[in-house]
Design a protein around this ligand. Structure first.
Ligand code: ADP
Ligand code: MG
Length: 318
């Protein structure tokens, strides 16, 4: 048995549900898709030194890799079912893999998503996760469904992800308590799976914010043939991030920092009451930040001043 075959055995501990006819160990897994549903499939790759700092602990790489992949299912309104994992390792480091595996499988269990297969190769540290989810046909939350006058919402808070990365890279420092909070936001972003599924039938479009609000709202606008007007003063920010820097900088990263993995979604006027009721009941943590416009372009209103942004984040002052 070679060293990687030994390591593979760590992954065979994955818990499976009764929708897995055959799990890890054979040439393929055999899966039982829920009848009448569409499978939602997405893949994400994290490369050491590019998508996370070199030397980040194995347990954190594991949760981040799965969380960012699950976030795409969330953005579609899909339920998580299974995932596969392609792991490229510089060497067969069993303690590293043991830590990675324990963290990965625990996080997977939390989100009811079973590891059903994968691959291990030698090379620069790279983690690819392919997730599979289920969604009722014609109900998925696509990017293309936004209409002029729909209200734009975001879940959770913005700016934490970019702030966390800067802290990890020691580009700036924050209070100890904020540092712990921000690092968790980077190590284990919460995929907004419940929120996404709740919004099926109510939201007209959705996307997860991985490249920053501006870029990702831009994708909704492009796909929907529309524009957006965002009230910057309404952007939700965590107290940890808000109190760490000047308001301008906090807002700047809330607008264009990436890595938040919150959902940005749009809601037609006639369904606003439903969403607002969920927010009041505490079923949904989301904030209305603006509206979709018929004209292309993303405009940000900040204290009465309107700034136009293009996708690269360049500002045109009016
Ligand atoms: P093959 O050579 O037939 O592709 P492998 O020896 O790579 O098979 O894998 C054997 C079994 O272990 C397969 O079921 C595969 O899905 C599983 N496996 C390999 N690597 C991983 C991994 N990183 N995570 C989960 N399962 C894995
Ligand atoms: Mg085979």
């Amino acid at each position: 048995m070679n060293e990687f075959a030994l390591i593979r055995q760590h992954f065979a501990k994955a818990i499976v549900n009764d929708d897995v006819a055959l799990g890890i160990g054979d040439d393929c897994a055999l899966l039982i898709p829920p009848s009448g549903k569409h499978l939602a499939v997405s893949m994400d790759t994290l490369v050491a030194g590019t998508h996370f700092p070199e030397g980040m602990a194995a347990k954190h790489i594991a949760t981040r890799a799965l969380a960012t992949a699950l976030s795409d299912l969330a953005a579609m309104g899909a339920e998580a079912l299974w995932f596969t994992l392609a792991l490229t390792l510089p060497k067969a480091d069993e303690p590293w893999v043991g830590e990675f595996c324990e963290s990965l499988l625990h996080f997977a269990d939390t989100h009811n998503c079973a590891l059903v297969g994968g691959d291990i190769t030698r090379g620069p540290l790279t983690v690819s996760v392919q997730v599979h989810g289920a969604v009722t046909p014609n109900t998925a939350l696509k990017r293309s469904g936004a209409k002029p006058d729909d209200i734009i919402y975001v879940t959770g808070s913005l700016g934490d992800g970019a702030a966390a990365l800067a802290v990890l890279q020691q580009k700036f420092t924050v209070r100890r308590s904020s540092q712990d909070y921000l690092q968790q936001r980077f190590y284990r972003p919460t995929p907004r799976l419940q929120e996404g599924q709740l919004l099926v039938g109510t939201a007209s479009a959705a996307i997860d914010i991985s490249d920053g609000l501006l870029a990702d709202l831009g994708h909704i606008c492009d796909a929907s043939g529309a524009g957006a007007l965002v009230n910057v003063n309404r952007l939700p920010m965590s107290e940890h991030w808000r109190s760490s820097v000047s308001l301008d900088k906090a807002l700047d990263w809330a607008v264009s920092g990436g890595d938040d993995y919150e959902l940005c979604f749009t809601v037609p006027r006639e369904k606003i009451n439903t969403v607002e009721e969920w927010i009041r009941q505490g079923r949904l943590k989301a904030t209305a930040i603006g509206k979709i416009t018929a004209n292309a372009g993303i405009f940000m209103v900040n204290n009465g001043k309107t700034l136009e942004f293009d996708v690269e984040g360049y500002k045109h002052f009016d």
